[in-house]
Design a protein around this ligand. Structure first.
Ligand code: 13P
Length: 252
């Protein structure tokens, strides 16, 4: 009932040439599976338009890696929801762990961005996940609860249906350490139950929860085999067309 969703987060990688080259290969080689899986890529802001053009004949959507919550004005360096909509963006990451832990974004800011994204017609992918020390101190559930309750604060059941959740344990991002499928499933199950308490079981059952953190072609299938893993948010491996395409195949 939840269609698989595979998204690539290119982070601060590619250039004007390689971003288009990568998008063109993903577009042409994912055609035959387009009905079975939702696909998206999140290139750097400056390449969004060129990538959108390269993907225009495909079913692969573009997403932004971040968004600002104000509609316009004196916010130097920021990008609004309407700008992203204007160039064809469908998705937008909110609260990626690198924005939380490198840039210093708070739950409150992430909530404003998530809320603004929905109001502006974008589909936010709200990222949550614990640090290694937090996992070791058995705080995973508490951290994920805080990030979800604060990140989704004020959103009605109707609005929250626009949201995809991505569980990305920080210790598994870019480290080659993947959560085992069982570890990931445990947290995904916890997240779905929490969404059930915050909203209801019907809403919780409809929200896709992606796993992210060192997803590779050789672990994608087993991760996707878990009951509450509805898709994958892929970093490093989404920069290699062959790997990303293999992950897509593993997800269907
Ligand atoms: P890696 O797949 O490189 O670990 O990155 C995961 C991620 O942060 C996706 O948003």
């Amino acid at each position: 009932m939840r269609k698989p969703f595979v998204a690539g987060n290119w982070k601060m990688n590619t250039d004007s040439h390689t971003s288009v080259e990568l998008a063109e290969r993903i577009a042409s080689e994912s055609m035959d599976v387009s009905g079975q899986v939702t696909l998206g890529v999140c290139p750097p802001f400056v390449y969004l338009q060129a990538v959108a053009k390269a993907l225009s004949a495909s079913s692969v959507s573009i997403g932004a890696q971040d968004v600002y919550y104000e509609p316009k004005g004196a916010f130097t360096g920021e990008i609004s929801t309407s700008m992203l909509k204007d160039i064809g963006c469908v998705y937008c990451l909110c609260g990626h762990s690198e924005r939380r832990h490198v840039i210093g974004e708070t739950d409150e800011l992430i909530n404003k961005k998530t809320t603004a994204a929905i109001a502006g017609g974008l589909l936010p992918i709200l990222c949550v996940g614990e640090l290694l020390a937090e996992r070791e101190a058995s705080q995973t559930d508490g951290i994920v609860t805080r990030q979800l309750e604060n990140g989704l604060a004020g959103l009605s059941a109707e609005k929250v249906s626009a949201v995809t959740i991505a569980y990305e344990p920080v210790w598994a991002i870019g480290t080659g350490l993947t959560a085992t499928p069982q570890q990931a499933q445990e947290v995904h199950d916890f997240i779905r139950k929490l969404l059930g308490q915050m909203y209801d079981d019907r809403v919780a059952g409809g929200i896709r929860i992606l796993y992210g953190g060192s997803v590779k072609p050789d672990n994608a299938e087993e991760l996707m085999g878990q009951l509450d893993i509805d898709g994958l948010l892929v970093g490093g491996a989404s920069l290699k067309a062959d790997d990303f395409l293999a992950i897509i195949q593993a997800a269907i």
